[in-house]
Design a protein around this ligand. Sequence first.
Ligand code: RIB
Ligand code: NA
Length: 286
Amino acid sequence: MGGTLVVVGSANADLVVAVARRPAAGETVLGGDTRVAPGGKGANTAVAAARLGAAVRFIGAVGRDAYGDLLLGSLTEAGVDVGGVRRVDRPTGVAAIAVTPDGENSIIVSPGANGALLPEDVRLGGARVVVASLEVPLPVVEHAVLAAEQAGIRAVVNLSPVAVLSPDVFAVLDPLVVNEHEAAGLGDLLALGVRSAVVTRGALGADVVTAEGTTTVPAPKIDVVDTTGAGDAFTGALAVGLANGERLVDAVRAAVKVASLSVTLPGAQPSYPTQARMNRSANSRP
Ligand code: RIB
Ligand code: NA
């Protein structure tokens, strides 16, 4: 039950439909064929990190149904240790995702089995970094962070969907990761007490916020196909860098590249690059 990285979070089956535009209230819009793909912010983060070569253990809950099999299959295939995934008598989480031609998405999540995850499911083993995201019960996230702090393990939280954590939990995050929409709702991030924060800004890259100031890491220019799960890929790659002992800003630089490659392909997990693909794309740049 090893794992340099322990990821605590959700696993969802993504039901993805391409639409010309989002429906308004009371309106019906026809879309393309449904694609079913493994997703969920936690499982996405775990798969992204494992593809980059990290030893990853995922803590989560799925149902005893076909979507549960799909999720476990994708995690296992990526090399993630799924010994900490519990199968429960609730339907596996599902995300209904509409993707518009600009690559943006709208997501409705039915957490299902994710809601059955318990603080006692969290086992940190000999991890160097613990990463948690929301879509699982808040007490699980808070327990994971505080247990990490106690064990001297670095804690990273991707606060998505946005939530208010208790001050002692915010106080140990290094970093708190949010996208620009989530950041706007939180105000001054350092005032939350976090050790550091990273704000992902899509095509504009990411801001690294510490007491010393804010550094902007730009993103490469790319053709956006589907931004679903780009933040999860970012968080996974960031955690890999931190587990390897990189400085925060260097880990963010690598994470921006990974997230940028992920948006050039459809879906979340299916679009995450391996370390080999990262190396190829670095070599193909002038
Ligand atoms: O962040 C993207 C993810 O959000 C999707 O995979 C979906 O499952 C939702 O959790
Ligand atoms: Na993608």
